[in-house]
Design a protein around this ligand. Structure first.
Ligand SMILES: Cc1cc2nc3c(=O)[nH]c(=O)nc-3n(C[C@H](O)[C@H](O)[C@H](O)COP(=O)(O)OP(=O)(O)OC[C@H]3O[C@@H](n4cnc5c(N)ncnc54)[C@H](O)[C@@H]3O)c2cc1C
Ligand code: SF4
Length: 462
C-alpha cells in the first residue's frame, strides 16, 4: 500500500505542472498525417500484419477505409475484431506485433506503416450515432463474468452481441481492470479507460456489480448454480515477493500498488515521491514504474535486473523510453538485502553480482549497494489466491498458479470458463486478454446452444 511511503515528501510542483509530465506519450495523427501514412500501406494479400495481431484485425482493410475517407467503416472493422481497439491502439507493443511483421519494416523502406497510430486515428475519429453493433435476438440466457478487466468486458460484450444477458462482478469500485489501475498514465491519459468502458456497455444487456469479490462476498458455487455459465477474468492481482527480511519495511512496496495510486490520484502533488528510487525487475511494469517516478520528480532512479539487458522482458521500445527519461539500468545484480536506517525505514538495497556460467545464472560473491529512499518490486504478478479458496474453486485445475483451460477456454469444471492473465496461455498483454474474452464468449454461447439443441432433440425423438 502507498502508506508505506507516507514518511516521504510529496511531489514537488503543482498538480498542473506534474500532470504535464503525463500527457500522451505518442500524440495522435492529424487528418493529413493519417492520409499520408495510410497511403504507405500496400494492402498486402494475406497481410502479415493481420496474422500478427492477436485479435486478427483486418489491418489492410481498415487502412484502405482511412485512405478512402471512410473513418466509421475503418473503426467498425477494428472494433468488430477488438472492442478495446481504442486502448489497444495506445498500449499494444506494436513494435513486436503488427508493425514488426509489416512488409515495409526494413531499412530500404525507412519504417513500417504506423498501424497503431492509424488504428487510434480511426477509433478516435469515428462518429457513430449509436453503438455500432446490433444485439442478436434474446436467447434468455444469463452469464456471470467475474472481473471487469479487458478479458471480462470483452467476453461480456461479445456475449451481449450474441443475444445473452450478462452480469459482471467486479471487486474494485471501477471497471477496466489494469486499463484503469495499471497501464502507465502517459499511455492512457485522462478518463479514456472509463469512456471506453461506457462505449462497450452501450450495447446493452450488461450489468456491472461493483465491490463484489469472489472469495469474499461472492461464491463461485452460487454463481455456478444461478447462471447458465460463468467466465473468470480475474487477472493476476498479487505481486511476487522478494523473500527478503525487511520486505514489509516502510519504503518498500509493490510497483503495481504505487502505479494504481498514481493512476487514481486526482492531485498528483499529494503523492509521496522518493529522491532516490530503486526498481527491481525487467518487464514493462518495472519500466513503467521507473519512468513514472522519474517524471514525478525523483532525482535518481535505478532499475536493477539480475540478468543481462538482452534477457529483459521489456520491449526494446520500452527500454528506450526508460533511457530517454534518464533511468539508470543496472544489470547482473540479484537482490540480497534490504538496507534499513536507524528508524527501520528503507535506506537502500544490497545486491550480489551475477554472471552466466555454463548456461546457469550464478552469484559471483561481489556486492553492490544502492542508496534509496524507496524500493519498488516489479518482479512479476501471480494469482491472488483469496478468490479461489472455497471448495468448488479449489477443484479448478492449475498450470502453476494459473487456471488451466482447454483450447475453448473451458476450465476443469463444466460451465466455468476463464481467460486473460489468470490463465496459462500466451503473453500477458491487453490485446491477448481481449481475444481470450472474445473467443471464450463464442465457446460459451456455442456450448449453451448445443445443450439446448441436444435437449430439444431428446424431447422430440425422430
Ligand atoms: C503495470 C502494468 C503495465 C502494463 N502495461 C501494458 C501495456 O503497456 N501494454 C499491454 O498490452 N499490456 C500491459 N500490461 C498487461 C495488461 O494490463 C494485462 O495483460 C491485461 O490487463 C489483462 O487483462 P485481464 O482482464 O486478464 O486482467 P486485469 O486487467 O487484471 O483485470 C482483472 C479484473 O478482475 C478483478 N478481480 C480480480 N480478482 C477478483 C475477484 N476475486 N473477484 C472479483 N473481481 C476480481 C480486478 O479488480 C480487475 O478489474 C500491463 C500490466 C501491468 C501490471
Ligand atoms: S503488412 Fe504493412 S503494407 Fe502490408 S497490409 Fe499490413 S500495414 Fe499494409
Amino acid at each position: 500500500m502507498i502508506e508505506s511511503l507516507q514518511h516521504l515528501p510529496p511531489a514537488a510542483g503543482s498538480n498542473g505542472e506534474l500532470a504535464s509530465q503525463f500527457t500522451d506519450l505518442a500524440p495522435p495523427l492529424t487528418a493529413r498525417q493519417a492520409a499520408v501514412e495510410a497511403a504507405r500501406c500496400l494492402y498486402c494479400y494475406d497481410a502479415p500484419c493481420m496474422n500478427a495481431c492477436p485479435t486478427g484485425i483486418d489491418v489492410a482493410s481498415f487502412i484502405k477505409n482511412i485512405h478512402d475517407g471512410n473513418i466509421d467503416g475503418a473503426a467498425h472493422g477494428i472494433l468488430k475484431a477488438n472492442i478495446f481497439g481504442g486502448s489497444c491502439a495506445r498500449v499494444c507493443p506494436t513494435e513486436i506485433l503488427c508493425e514488426d511483421s509489416c512488409v515495409r519494416n526494413n531499412p530500404s523502406e525507412r519504417e513500417p506503416v504506423r498501424i497503431g497510430l492509424l488504428q487510434r486515428y480511426a477509433v478516435d475519429n469515428a462518429n457513430f450515432t449509436s453503438h455500432p453493433f446490433q444485439r442478436a435476438p434474446a436467447t434468455g440466457k444469463v452469464i456471470a463474468v467475474v472481473g471487469a478487466g479487458p478479458a471480462g468486458l470483452s467476453c461480456a460484450h461479445r456475449l451481449a452481441m450474441l443475444g445473452n444477458d450478462v452480469v459482471v462482478y467486479e471487486a474494485r469500485p471501477k471497471a477496466g481492470g489494469l486499463n484503469e489501475y495499471g497501464i502507465a498514465r502517459y499511455k492512457l491519459p485522462g478518463d479514456f479507460a472509463q469512456r471506453e468502458v461506457d462505449f462497450l456497455m452501450s450495447i446493452g444487456g450488461i450489468h456491472i456489480e461493483y465491490g463484489r469479490k469472489l472469495g469474499e462476498n461472492l461464491s463461485l458455487a452460487e454463481l455456478h448454480t444461478r447462471y447458465d455459465a460463468v467466465f473468470l477474468g480475474i487477472g493476476l492481482g498479487a505481486s511476487r515477493a522478494l523473500g527478503l527480511t525487511g520486505e514489509d519495511a516502510p519504503g518498500l512496496m509493490a510497483a503495481i500498488d504505487y502505479i494504481a495510486a498514481l493512476r487514481q490520484a486526482s492531485d498528483l502533488s499529494t503523492l509521496p515521491v522518493p529522491r532516490r528510487a530503486v526498481v527491481i525487475g525487467a518487464g514493462n511494469t518495472a519500466i513503467d514504474m521507473a519512468v513514472q517516478i522519474k517524471r514525478l520528480g525523483a532525482e535518481d532512479v535505478t532499475l536493477v535486473y539480475r540478468r543481462g539487458l538482452e534477457s529483459m522482458s521489456a520491449t526494446g521500445h520500452e527500454i528506450e523510453i526508460a533511457k530517454a527519461n534518464y533511468v539508470r539500468i543496472r544489470t547482473w545484480a540479484a537482490p540480497l538485502e534490504v538496507l534499513l536506517d536507524e528508524s527501520g525505514r528503507v535506506s537502500g538495497m544490497r545486491f550480489e553480482q551475477t554472471r552466466m556460467e555454463e548456461g546457469r545464472l550464478v552469484r559471483t560473491g561481489g556486492y553492490i549497494e544502492i542508496a534509496a529512499d524507496a524500493v519498488f518490486k516489479a518482479i512479476g504478478q501471480s494469482m491472488s489466491e483469496d478468490g479461489l479458496q472455497e471448495s468448488l474453486a479449489r477443484e479448478l485445475a492449475r498450470d502453476g498458479d494459473r487456471i488451466q483451460i482447454d483450447s475453448r477456454f473451458r476450465t476443469a469444471l463444466p460451465g466455468i470458463y476463464a481467460g486473460g492473465d489468470c490463465v496459462a496461455l500466451g503473453q500477458d498483454l491487453t490485446v491477448q486478454a481481449v481475444q481470450h474474452g472474445k473467443l471464450a464468449a463464442l465457446s460459451i454461447h456455442e456450448d449453451i446452444q448445443a445443450r439446448i439443441s441436444a435437449t430439444t432433440e431428446a424431447a422430440w425423438p425422430t
